[in-house]
Design a protein around this ligand. Structure first.
Ligand code: FE
Ligand code: ZN
Length: 254
């Protein structure tokens, strides 16, 4: 089993320290920068043995080399991003398995935000690290992928058990909620969640992790195959990819 510690980085990024309790091996997931991550590990008395990157963007890999220099850690990252993620030791592919001590992670290929993006799912600990593909109440921008790819990626994530905790790459939830209410305003669960998020942010507390069940019920990007969202987008006869694309287009302009 894992203990997971959230480490705020840069302006609104989250890195995570993920410790396998049985062996003490500890991974830093998406270290935007080294200093806060090393400091958080030291405060816990943990030594970082691994870095795990979801994708190549600088705000997810910026701390790789300095953490490796400080700890001699092993860096695990998506194979499609070989050549653009610094310090890769283990290049992992879709369906690849990786052991952090006694905790097994499965790599799930979720392109759309970038063409190499990977999620890491720790089934036993009910946790998924999904970078900038799925956010609490949102999804990443399509920098290197199509709406179809992103929709398939979100669908793959949605098939994980509902009690899976969703650890995403940014604290964007409050702004995402404001947008979500404009496209799915009759969703009572969304309205409740938006209130709870406002409460957390008013106290300066993180809104992450959420659960996959919450995202499936309230995240408009995950609901693109719901007739309610299709109707709201003015596309009652369209399939989920077209509905997803329209929601994404509106969010980009929001
Ligand atoms: Fe990011
Ligand atoms: Zn990104």
């Amino acid at each position: 089993m894992l203990e997971i510690d959230l480490v705020p980085c840069l302006r609104d990024n989250y890195a995570y320290l993920v410790r396998d309790l049985a062996t003490g091996l500890t991974a830093a997931v998406d270290p935007s920068e080294s200093a806060p991550v090393l400091k958080a590990a030291a405060a816990k008395g943990w030594t970082i043995s691994h870095v795990m990157n979801t994708h190549h963007h600088p705000d997810h890999v910026g701390g790789n080399l300095a953490i490796k220099e400080a700890t001699g850690c092993v860096i695990v990252a998506p194979r499609p991003d070989e050549g653009r993620i610094p310090g890769i030791d283990i290049a992992i592919e879709d369906g690849g398995r990786f052991s952090l001590g006694d905790s097994l992670a499965l790599a799930i290929f979720i392109p759309g935000h970038t063409r190499g993006h990977m999620a890491y799912w720790f089934e036993e600990s009910k946790a998924v690290f999904c970078g900038d593909t799925l956010f609490a109440l949102g999804c990443g921008r399509l920098f290197e992928g199509t709406p179809e790819q992103m929709w398939r990626s979100l669908e793959r994530l949605r098939r994980l058990p509902g009690d899976t905790r969703v650890y995403c790459g940014h604290e964007y939830t409050q702004a995402n909620a404001r947008f979500a209410l404009t496209v799915d305003g009759a969703n009572a669960a969304l309205a409740l969640r938006a209130k709870a998020i406002d409460g957390l942010r008013a106290q300066g507390r993180p809104t992450v992790p959420s659960t996959m069940a919450e995202e499936a019920a309230t995240n408009p990007f995950m609901r693109a195959d719901d007739p309610v969202l299709a109707a709201a987008m003015g596309l009652p006869a369209a399939g989920p990819v077209a509905v997803f694309a329209e929601i994404r287009r509106r969010k980009d302009a929001f």
